[in-house]
Design a protein around this ligand. Sequence first.
Ligand code: ZN
Length: 147
Amino acid sequence: MLSPSQSAEENVLRPIPLADDLTEPYWSAAREGRLVIQRCTNCGNYQHPPRIYCSSCQEGALEFSAVSGEATVYSYSKVVEANTPGLKPPYAVIFAELVEQAGLWILSDCPGDFEIRVGDPLELSFQEIREGVVLPQFRPVGYQTLQ
Ligand SMILES: [Zn+2]
């Protein structure tokens, strides 16, 4: 039940990812606090999000491989007005490049208003958004929200 000071909008839950056969290893690893990325056993190419064949050599020999969690900011967008159900601004959407391979990108969001620049180093964390639903997330090293 909503108190008089709460709006229905504040109680909207964030959309959750739905795992399928292709992505389940990624989400299972996240629940265990590990980041795994699909990798081709033929040519060694990493790719994300998962696909049924390698985007480099077109082979279907793929496995999930643990990565370091080290990344840098490739691009970002600060969000100051509510536009996604369940995500309360301010926050940043970060397009991160994993150190394992040039052009290996992963999307993340990070709550609050904070300093961020293209090229900044990022650190990995895991956010449980609902019971059993864990998102790998990135935030700037030394992350600190502005007052
Ligand atoms: Zn390949």
